[in-house]
Design a protein around this ligand. Sequence first.
Ligand code: FE2
Length: 664
Amino acid sequence: MENKVYKGKIFTFNTTWSHISVRIVGEDGETKHTRIGGLLSFLHGKELTFTLTCPSSIGKLVLVELEKQDFPQDPWFVRKVQVTCPEGKTYTFPVYTWIEDDDIHRFREGTGLKDVDDHHLLAKYTRETELRARKKIYCWEVYKEGLPLCMKADDACSLPCEVRFSFTKAMQFDLTAAAGLAEIKLTYLEDCKVNWPSFEEIYKIFRGHKSPASGYVQQHWEEDAFFGYQFLNGVNPVLIRCCTSLPCNFPVTDEMVFLHGGASLVNEMKKGNIFLCDYKNLDGVRTNVINDKRQYLAAPLVLLHKTPEDELKPIAIQLKQTPAEDNPIFFPTDAKYDWLLAKTFVRSADFNEHELNVHLLRTHLLGEVFTVSLLRNVPKVHPLFKLLIPHTRYTLQINLMARQTLISPDGVFTKYSSSGGEGMFTIMQRSLSSLTYSALCLPEDIRDRGVESVPNYYYRDDGLKLWDIIHRFVNGVLSCYYNNDDDVQQDTELQNWIQDICEHGLLSQVGMGFPQRFVKKDELVKFVTMVIFTCSCQHAAVSNAQFDYGGWMPNIPISLQQPPPTRKGTATEETLLKTLPDVNVTVHGMAVLYLLSKQSSDFVALGQYPNEHFCEDAPLNAIKEFQRELEDLHETIGQRNKSSEIRLAYPYLDPKRVENSISL
Ligand code: FE2
């Protein structure tokens, strides 16, 4: 009988000196191990072809085995393998793995398969051994009590190759203060431990790095309407809430805020025109000592009013949580520098709340939890792995670097921010213990904060559209594999994923509303939507604008070195300059915000999947539809941003500027 011929191709990223042994396993049999490549493979470049023969058909293909021989210290990155069967059908095996040792590595054919649908014996064995091996590599570690657990790794080099930065990214990326200062050419000021003598001097170091947005910030930072605007579209757009009754520790009266009568707080609250930003999370947090000087962090309450002109303006600010005579409530009618100083304390409090809670905890650290749990519990052939792995790219390494260079004992944040030191962890621990699931699900968060109809809230408008687009995409993909709730409940790997997230990421805290297990398919779709949204859009919203808004330091002072004022009528421009951080603190802050806002040249935008993990038509069509919807949204946002009616363009959630994963 004539032999059956299987023609294959290995797509690689780099060539290898080694011989490669290949074997294909099908449902009805398997080929023999066949040796290919070797020194000659260099001649083949990045596509290595092979032919395997077999006395009879081996049926539907299940997996491919690759074994790299001869040169163990010759790491080889394989993208995928394609095999055309004698019957004419071509199968793709996504690999996307570095092969370093001389073990046999098995890679599954690209069809997404849940555990219950996987029947081939060797395939099941491969599934189990893959997870056993991963659980040894991806281990949880306590970084700090009360914070989500993180991935155990000593340094970037000890991370598995598959989750490490690419060569390009590694070469371009350095998160140290020295690198940042060198890039913005301010190294000469790194030890300048003195006050800024004037705003002109601050401007001199800023003007070299001005972008259209940061230039706007520098010109308008003192304005009340811009102060209000930043609660909607600045770096921290998630704190503001509609205020329906005043907190009892914020005793504002009508006479204080509506001097000429004609309006009352109760009526304005009824109309939905009053908003509150409460930084109670920062109350009593231990502050830093910088340049041998005690630093200060307020825990303000800010009341805002939506004006008939649709602007959001602050009408009252109390800098400490407990009302007292020495804790005055400031108003826009106060003397210029009393009011500006009060707003500056709010902006500085916002920096700490934003970076530690909104940015680091709620995107980076949660993203790491979703990633580590995925790698530990879900095999590569599982549809959830295929769907989520592109949204975890570089997250483990960037978080490791953040722990080593930003919040470590000699990290930039620790050394130069007002909460640097134990205070940072207090803020994050409090934030985690008060975190709810609905706060991470944008439609619910918008509803819970009562901000559905605030005008000019572009974060909300763009974010909700993105949420819906991602939700449709996730539903489309998961519906290819889960027909009903039973399918979801029976998927042990999926249930292990959520259980590990709750136990190690959320520290088994109850009452936060997170699903402990998935019972309904809708719940699964919503949770996975939240994961992708958090790891792409939400991170972009709270990260992309950092230098635009913080490059001009007086708008976002990373620390303040005078206590909050205890009475009115004494502040001057000199008081403000004395309160703002010293020169060296300013430039270190600028350097970090600059590095954290810089797009890498191997950036992958939301919805782009250069690694093809899915192979079937149905999920591939869902990806195409996802990309089409994102393209349309990109057009819509572009048009809106060109409109002369908007104060400042809001490009941060333009799908082309949203990265697929947390990598910065
Ligand atoms: Fe980030």
